[in-house]
Write a protein that binds this ligand. Structure first.
Ligand code: PAF
Length: 251
């Protein structure tokens, strides 16, 4: 299974390929419970016909595109809350987000009971939250993380990139460039907290209006660590105008 919110791009298609299975269910559902009232639920791009055409080009997997009423019928009162990797980072800025994601992902996986489900590493914290969710609730689905698909200039593919105008699109490419520098500094033994602070300043320097976080964390738990023996992940979120972009990479 490949759970998506539609507005499919090449990154989503790479997730379908990464499933490596003859039968793949792609779900397309813009999940209202993972958006706060002030966020972009109403304007989130929706193009079911275009999505179906794209999926056909890669072998027409099965598509599950429920309505909000089908997913959340009258009286729906359950929410799945995951601790552990959902603490901090995205949660500091989008406190509603992971409960919405965990609830809908649990429903989708239990409805389809796939052998494996593929999630992009672009939403790295989400990937760890989903891994924790299936372990904790004994959902019999293997979770596969697939590499980030990028545009030629390094920008991570995202349905929200369509919000960017030409000026913002140029600035957006700076996110990946700045993170690559910061990862390089961290890899060559630089102080991790200094690397984070420098990257934050550089993101503002290249034109981001605000930076929610730049953080180097334990790649498996997302806890703060300075232990050089642990695998590390650099994660960031920053805004240009109304658009919030995220990116991350291994160190
Ligand atoms: O990553 C997404 O597109 C969504 O958060 C997901 C996993 C489909 C849940 O709505």
């Amino acid at each position: 299974m490949v759970p998506t919110m539609g507005a499919l791009h090449d990154g989503h298609l790479s997730l379908v390929r990464a499933a490596g299975k003859p039968t793949v269910v792609v779900s397309i559902f813009v999940n209202p419970t993972q958006f706060a009232p002030h966020e972009d639920f109403d304007t989130y791009p929706r193009n079911l016909d275009g999505d179906l055409a794209k999926l056909k080009t890669i072998g027409a997997p099965i598509v599950f595109a429920p309505t909000p009423r089908e997913m959340y019928p009258e009286g729906f009162s359950t929410s799945v809350t995951v601790g552990g990797p959902s603490v901090g980072l995205e949660t500091d800025f989008r406190p509603h987000f992971f409960a919405g994601v965990a609830t809908v992902v649990a429903k989708l996986l239990l409805a389809a009971l796939p052998d494996v489900a593929v999630f992009g590493e672009k939403d790295y914290q989400q990937l760890l939250v989903v891994k924790r969710l299936v372990r904790d609730l004994n959902i019999p689905t293997g979770i596969i993380g697939a590499p980030i698909a990028r545009e030629a200039d390094g920008l991570a593919m995202s349905s929200r990139n369509t919000y960017l105008d030409a000026r913002e699109r140029t600035i957006a490419a700076g996110l990946n460039k700045v993170l690559r520098f910061a990862a390089g500094r961290a890899r060559s033994g630089g102080d991790l907290r200094d690397a984070e602070a420098m990257a934050m300043a550089e993101l503002k320097g290249v034109g981001f209006d605000s930076v929610d976080y730049v953080a180097i964390r334990d790649a498996e738990t997302l806890m703060l660590t300075d232990d050089p023996k642990r695998p590390l992940r650099l994660l960031a979120a920053a805004k240009i105008g109304k658009t919030r972009l995220i990116d991350n990479m291994a160190i």
